[in-house]
Design a protein around this ligand. Structure first.
Ligand code: SAH
Length: 235
């Protein structure tokens, strides 16, 4: 396992133009690295200003490959590469009804909103009230007013709007929470870090008519999922 070195907080100095240039450079880097492939995900990453989802004192680091701290208990915005790392194998596409567990900054939900387009729907759940308020404000200011935002334990999913075509859990679980498998459509896919022997694997689960098929994608490092079906059970 490895850790991350978070750069020191500071007053932001970069201009919009500088940050936009960094965004384009980052997208090109992710394409070169083979992590980012689909045109719809490329366009979504180009459209969403990641700097608008980051606390002011870390804004200049928006395009660095580090997770950055968010208001709330232990929440972080994930590294830039983790969004295509999750959304490419998930095959997130136009028209999907998408559920995100672990709203964090709201950035992942905004990118997903761009990918699923006007015929799709994004529902995002955050357990921490302070983190939730931060994300809600970010999304509003960035113009994403039609993402369904829920402040509760996402390990229970959101049965009111099931079934979901795609589900992403951006926190590490011991096993994929059963209610989320339940709320996945047949033919649907779910991606999540799953802890096994102190290592976290990013696991893609597919719900087929003959059961759940799982495939490990790579090792990752995420904060533990809280809640009833979390890695650290706590209400
Ligand atoms: N996707 C986020 C990053 C998420 S970090 C982004 O794009 O910024 C993981 C988040 O999961 C944290 O905000 C944490 O509070 C939240 N979380 C942890 N357990 C949860 C649970 N059971 N339900 C909902 N959110 C949870």
């Amino acid at each position: 396992m490895y850790g991350w070195v978070i750069p020191p907080p500071k007053e932001p100095t970069k201009t919009r133009q500088e940050l936009e240039a960094e965004r384009i450079a980052k997208v090109n880097y992710l394409i070169r690295e083979g992590i980012l492939k689909s045109e719809r995900i490329i366009q979504a990453l180009l459209r969403v200003p990641r700097e608008d989802f980051i606390p002011r004192q870390y804004r200049d680091y928006a395009y660095m490959e580090v997770p950055l701290p968010l208001p709330g208990e232990g929440a972080t915005i994930s590294c830039p590469h983790s969004y295509p790392l999750f959304y490419e194998p998930l095959g997130l596409d136009k028209g999907h009804k998408f559920l995100e567990i672990g709203l964090g900054s709201g950035y992942g939900a905004a990118v997903a909103r761009e990918v699923v387009g006007p015929d799709g729907l994004v529902v995002a759940i955050e357990i921490d009230a302070i983190t939730f308020a931060f994300a809600e404000d970010n999304l509003k200011r960035a113009g994403y007013r039609d993402v369904v935002l829920i402040n509760k334990d996402g390990s229970l999913g959101y049965p009111e709007l099931q079934p979901f075509d795609r589900i992403s859990i951006t926190a590490a679980c011991s096993t994929v929470p059963p209610p989320l498998i339940e709320q996945l459509a047949t033919g649907g896919k779910l991606i999540s870090p799953v802890i096994k022997n102190d290592v976290q694997n990013l696991v893609l689960s597919e719900k087929t008519t003959s059961g759940i098929k799982q495939r490990i994608i790579c090792e990752v490092l995420y904060i533990p999922l809280r809640g009833i079906y979390g890695a650290t059970p706590k209400r």
